[in-house]
Ligand binder design. Structure first.
Ligand code: MG
Length: 374
């Protein structure tokens, strides 16, 4: 069901107002609680500041799907950033939401763990849609309890690591301009994975001495080429390399790990907790994204699995507004590296609440996600 922007944002604002007034801060008393509630969604176009180019594609705008869960005078909001790499579009996302609607609307939202396990079981994939439901559920629960999500999870907001700002692939001149625009960030993530890699890195090194992280987005196609590139990057002040080769080439990546001078971090190779054990021999760390995992609850299982295997953890994102970025920032005290810049790539964020100070996200001290429509 599509609803107008005014109606969607209007209900979100009404909810924010009721929270400010202190309404709905306690669990609903037994007997009066209505099971479930209403789920709505809408597709919104997000124009980007710059054309966004990585090794496999380029775009000037994204269409994300925003989910609203309302019950007992409280609204939780969530966001899906569908990704073609994972066979997702706005249409496939809304189709999944329609499929999940009866289950979500008729379930007890306080049993959010059980509900999300059942949402995951509806079908394989469509994890962006699942993430939107999970984020909205947790926002609703946090608002009902009157506490921020990081507090619900027992985390210290002072332990949020600095985030990198990503520099997409472009002409050397525009990549240099993007580096200048990212002046406030102490560490940058550079997108590589094309035949122009050395030219682009040399252009960036002419304008900054900051530590750099590299994401090849599966762009290097042979292990020898990947090893040669990594050897060269190790002399360029690079901290680690993300997804050097295609996820289908796991044996080659394992070969690469035995020889690499830089840590290797899995991104496209990992989506959910069950993927992680087989990756431990090929990568030093994993990049968790809420959209790949299907929401914060699966992302937390991934954190536990990776830690048990002694792996490093990065928390990343797609192009997302402050809704999905905030959900990730609330769990960021659990991870080593942060790459949460998706809302900064958008010309006009639709939500507000997060503050960025010298590359570090400051969480709002308000309930749930702590974000509100602009
Ligand atoms: Mg990546």
């Amino acid at each position: 069901m599509h609803i107008s922007r005014k109606e969607f944002l209007g209900t979100a604002l009404a909810s924010a107002g009721s929270m400010a007034a202190g309404a709905g801060r306690q669990a609903e008393p037994k007997g009066s609680a209505r099971k479930g509630g209403r789920m709505k969604w809408e597709v919104r176009r997000l124009d980007l500041k710059h054309a966004w180019t990585i090794s496999r594609n380029s775009s000037t705008f994204k269409e994300n799907v925003f989910v609203s869960l309302s019950s007992g005078g409280t609204e939780g909001v969530g966001e899906a950033a569908p990704n073609v790499r994972y066979q997702e579009t706005p249409a496939s996302t809304t189709a999944f939401l329609e499929k999940a609607r009866p289950l979500v609307e008729q379930s007890d939202w306080w049993q959010f763990q059980d509900l999300m396990l059942r949402v995951h079981a509806l079908e394989e994939g469509q994890t962006a849609a699942k993430a939107a439901i999970d984020i909205a559920l947790l926002d609703w629960v946090g608002k009902k309890l009157g506490i921020p999500l990081y507090r619900f999870w027992g985390l210290d907001p002072a332990k949020v690591p600095v985030t990198t700002m990503s520099i997409g692939i472009d002409t050397p001149e525009i990549m240099q301009q993007k580096v200048a625009e990212a002046e406030a960030f102490p560490v940058l993530k550079i997108k590589l994975g094309t035949p122009d890699d050395r030219r682009n890195m040399e252009a960036i090194r002419r304008v900054t001495r900051k530590p750099l992280r590299v994401d090849a987005n599966e762009g290097w196609k042979t292990r020898e080429q990947a090893l040669e590139n990594i050897d060269w990057l190790a002399g360029q002040g690079v901290e680690f390399v993300e997804q050097p080769m295609p996820s289908s080439m796991l044996e080659d990546i394992r070969w690469l790990k035995e020889r690499s001078r830089l840590p290797l971090v899995a991104d496209e190779s990992v989506r959910k907790a069950a993927d992680i054990p087989q990756l431990a021999a090929a990568f030093h760390g994993i990049n968790i994204k809420l959209m790949k995992a299907g929401g914060p609850q699966e992302a937390l299982r991934m954190v536990q699995m990776a830690r048990a295997l002694g792996m490093k953890i990065m928390l990343g994102c797609m192009v997302e507004t402050s809704v999905a970025i905030a959900a990730a920032v609330h769990m960021a005290p659990l991870v080593d590296w942060l790459d949460l810049d998706g809302n900064l790539l958008i010309a006009r964020d639709l939500f507000t609440g997060l503050t960025l100070r010298q590359g570090r996200w400051i969480l709002p001290d308000s309930s749930g996600l702590g974000v509100h429509p602009v």
